[in-house]
Design a protein around this ligand. Sequence first.
Ligand SMILES: *[C@@H]1O[C@H](CO)[C@@H](O)[C@H](O)[C@H]1NC(C)=O
Length: 211
Amino acid sequence: MTESTRTAKASKLVSREPLDPAEAVWIRLMKTTYIDPLGVERTWESAERPTRPPTSPIDGVGIVTILNKPTGPELLLQKQYRPAIDKIVIEVPAGLIDEGETPEQCAVRELKEETGFVGTAETTSTVMYNDPGFCNTNLTMVHVRVDMSLPENQNPQPQLEDNEFIECFSVPLASLFEETKKLEAEGYAIDARVGTLAEGIELVRKLGLKL
Ligand SMILES: *[C@@H]1O[C@H](CO)[C@@H](O)[C@H](O)[C@H]1NC(C)=O
């Protein structure tokens, strides 16, 4: 398969049906029993990823990479088809932690694989829970610095796996909020990590916060 056919657009939904938990490889269904503050015993249904290496404190990382363009800083984003919602989603580069890897090492590796950019990990966020009413997945956002003057970052080439169809692009950080609105109007779904970054920038702008 040539790189030109590896776009996010080419996927097509065939069918969707309930999954027998016994067949599931990537997801485990859980039932939690707990006693609420009034002494009532209750249960909660949720999902877990069985893939987390026992040594790893979190499931994965989200990667914040700012490309310093002559026109101003831009956030590196990607378009990826997500079968669960049958939409192409606007996401930050991200990935699951491999055995023996730190979150920082995972972020640098995933950035190179998914976008081709070579970078160095800087700050990490708190541990974040993606959707704690539904699953126990957690991640940290790792800021990876990309030096655009390095030869290896002049024409970055992703090294995608067979089942990955990812397109990279970047948007000016200052207009991220407006850009996500535009992308949504064009039919893309906005990942919560991207949407929350956009919200943060919009709040700073709207409230004129001095940082
Ligand atoms: C991430 O979530 C798992 C499952 O809830 C938990 O065991 C682990 O301690 C969490 N990681 C951190 C660093 O809090």
